[in-house]
Design a protein around this ligand. Structure first.
Ligand code: CDP
Length: 205
């Protein structure tokens, strides 16, 4: 069983994917964290996020099994991740890892931008999770402030819109729903209601 959960930044796909995996007894992979780790290594080593050679070198040598999410959840790292993620060779370097993860027993839920379109086009279920930009900015703003970042919802909104635009318009693996994805708009749903809607989709009810 493979479940693909895609969607724009801060749409709630991570929370949903993790809960689905727990509920169904499946493995879970947050593929955004891989791109964030690449972004973090670029910045940490003094490279520009758009430095293609450095990004490919990092993507090819990073231990993908040992990514620690502490310090990766900042707006700056998200931006660097999105710039590096537009590079075809960066994406190619981590594609097989994601596919092999998806094939592990007893099955997996993967969340990202291109899971249903590129990484697992034959997934058993595909969800494309959205929410209005304002709702997403409010949710992410709250998260960031809780973790100690001093940032307004307006600043978060500008960051999300810039990142979504880049993710949607890039030439390789752009953010878009797979033709056979179920759209799930969580603008007016709390976590519990979004989870119930996702369970209904994957159980076909
Ligand atoms: O948590 P949030 O939705 O803000 O972002 P994320 O899922 O952690 O992803 C960070 C960035 O990585 C995105 O803006 C994308 O540019 C990139 N990404 C991607 O290109 N493909 C994926 N499968 C996952 C993330």
């Amino acid at each position: 069983m493979i479940i693909a959960v895609d969607g724009p930044a801060a749409s709630g796909k991570g929370t949903l994917a993790r809960r689905l995996a727990d509920h169904l007894g499946l493995l879970y992979l947050d593929t955004g964290l891989i791109y964030r780790a690449i972004g973090w290594h670029l910045l940490e080593n003094g490279f520009a996020p758009g430095d293609e050679n450095a990004a490919v070198e990092i993507a090819s040598t990073l231990d993908l099994t040992a990514i620690d999410e502490v310090q990766l959840r900042t707006a700056g790292i998200g931006e660097a991740a999105s710039i590096a993620a537009a590079n075809v060779n960066v994406r190619a370097a981590i594609l097989q890892y994601q596919r092999r993860f998806a094939e592990k027993a007893p099955g997996a839920v993967l969340d990202g931008r291109d899971i249903g379109t590129i990484v697992c086009p034959d997934a058993d279920h595909k969800l494309f999770v959205t929410a209005s930009p304002e709702v997403r900015a409010r949710r992410r703003g709250r998260e960031l402030r809780l973790s100690g970042t001093d940032i307004s919802d307006d600043e978060v909104l500008a960051d999300l819109l810039r990142r979504d635009e880049r993710d949607r318009t890039r030439a390789v693996a752009p953010l878009k729903p797979a033709d056979d994805a179920h759209l799930l708009d969580t603008s007016n749903l709390d976590i519990e209601a979004a989870f119930r809607a996702a369970v209904a989709i994957v159980s076909g009810s």
